[in-house]
Design a protein around this ligand. Structure first.
Ligand SMILES: Nc1ncnc2c1ncn2[C@@H]1O[C@H](COP(=O)(O)OP(=O)(O)OP(=O)(O)O)[C@@H](O)[C@H]1O
Ligand SMILES: [Mg+2]
Length: 400
């Protein structure tokens, strides 16, 4: 047998083996009637690969449910996310959304491999990332040393590339809505991959994410216009990205109750230091070898992304440009969006929506095509949505 034949036989055998872990052809049909064998994993396979979802295999537990590590028969490691939170979405809609998400592929995004919709819980199957998430390193004194500045800068740039793809280049625009350190997974070389993109698409009309925010403290990453009024746009992600960049530079969480009032909120503290010309005091002490120019640029970039004025925040295209060009002079950042930070989100009525006095910018930009802002459901239904939840959330109007 010549080598070409040998390899093609080997490939087809491996394919069959991998396929054996998937549901058989025709077990579920997509809305367009096409065969979707490669979309579904059999529940039985996932049970076996995860040791029957044993605690030992559990990688973590987020707002949507637990995540388990599994080993497929072909040797591939996977991460299985059980969507324990109820979704009103039917199987057909779920399948269609997963089909769309399967097309969203980029080196800085975690690869979705498929899903499982047998049994009571729906599940998503992802590639497994061996180094867990950024928070695992960044906020641990013993581990943060392994993230030197070069690695951190690569992470800052990689997340920017992934977000730019989601916002501008993917087959369908995706606003992530939950950019934070635990949603940045790291590969063997500590390259970043954004996880959980498009999850909100699987929960249309649910307030799951509101709960997620409460549980995980994600609100520290939330742009004020989204947290308080439900205005969603690509700039919502830009804001969260800015907070993440400040965390990467400082090696601390965006909210740290153990620190004094002045320092408790990272964004406010960064702004104060920046205004007083002391921005470098923000830098993580565990960073021994520093690139001062890059670090100063990242602090300024973080603050630019977190500006109160939605229109003044750069889009990810500009962020990418700032990060890749030596000669780019960054504008001076304006006031950050710190409204509502530092405490619990307590807005419970539509009063915040109607109170425009402190949010002229946000409201002005809400209809602006420049920022691409979409009100959650448009018109009056937005107010209804808003009043149903203590933190407003958006429907899935993420079209371009
Ligand atoms: N593909 C993966 N590979 C390796 N580890 C993963 C993977 N996906 C998730 N994890 C781990 O599981 C943990 C829990 O993930 P999960 O997304 O459920 O929670 P979260 O990111 O903290 O919150 P949220 O539900 O808001 O995203 C993550 O912090 C990460 O350490
Ligand atoms: Mg996550």
């Amino acid at each position: 047998m010549n080598s070409k034949n040998f390899f093609s036989k080997l490939c087809s055998r491996l394919k069959k083996k991998f396929k054996a872990g998937r549901a058989s052809a025709g077990s579920a049909e997509d809305a367009d009637g096409s065969d979707s064998w490669n979309l579904f994993f059999e529940l039985r396979t996932l049970e076996v690969t995860t040791n029957f979802f044993s605690e030992l295999n559990q990688l973590g537990h987020g707002g949507f449910g637990p995540v388990y590590r599994g080993l497929m028969p072909n040797g591939q490691e996977i991460a299985v996310k059980k969507l324990s939170v109820n979704s009103r979405q039917g199987l057909r809609e779920f399948t269609n959304e997963v089909k769309l998400l399967l097309k969203i592929q980029h080196k800085n995004l975690v690869t979705l491999l498929g899903c499982c919709a047998e049994g009571p819980e729906k599940m998503l199957v992802y590639e497994y990332l061996p180094n867990k998430s950024l928070d695992y390193f960044l906020f641990d004194k013993d581990k943060s040393g392994s993230l030197d500045w070069t690695t951190r800068y690569r992470i800052v740039a990689g997340v920017a590339r992934g977000l730019l793809y989601l916002h501008e280049e993917a087959p369908e625009r995706i606003i992530h809505r939950d950019i934070k350190a635990s949603n940045i997974l790291l590969d063997e070389q500590l390259n970043p991959k954004i996880s959980d993109f498009g999850l909100a698409r699987l929960f249309p009309g649910e307030d799951t994410h509101v709960n997620t925010f409460r549980i995980s403290g994600t609100h520290g990453y939330m742009a004020p216009e989204y947290a308080l009024h439900g205005y969603l746009s690509v700039k919502t992600d830009v804001f969260s990205y800015g907070v993440l960049v400040l965390e990467i530079v400082s090696g601390r969480k965006n909210h740290d109750g153990r620190l004094g009032t002045e320092k408790v909120d990272l964004l406010s503290y960064s702004w104060t230091l920046f205004q007083n010309g002391k921005a470098m005091e923000l830098v993580d002490p565990s960073l021994t070898k520093r690139n001062r120019d890059e670090i100063a640029m990242c602090i300024q970039l973080g603050l630019l992304c977190c500006q109160q004025s939605v229109a003044d925040r750069p889009d990810m295209n500009s962020v990418q440009l700032m990060l890749s060009s030596d000669s780019f002079t960054l504008p001076t950042p304006g006031k950050p969006g710190i409204q509502g930070r530092g405490g619990r989100w307590t807005t419970t009525s539509t009063s915040a929506f109607t109170n425009t006095s402190t949010n002229t910018n946000t409201h002005t930009n809400a209809s602006s095509t420049k920022t691409g802002i979409t009100k959650t459901s448009g018109g009056n239904s937005f107010v209804e949505e808003y009043s149903r939840n203590s933190i407003s959330y958006s429907s899935i109007d993420e079209g371009r």
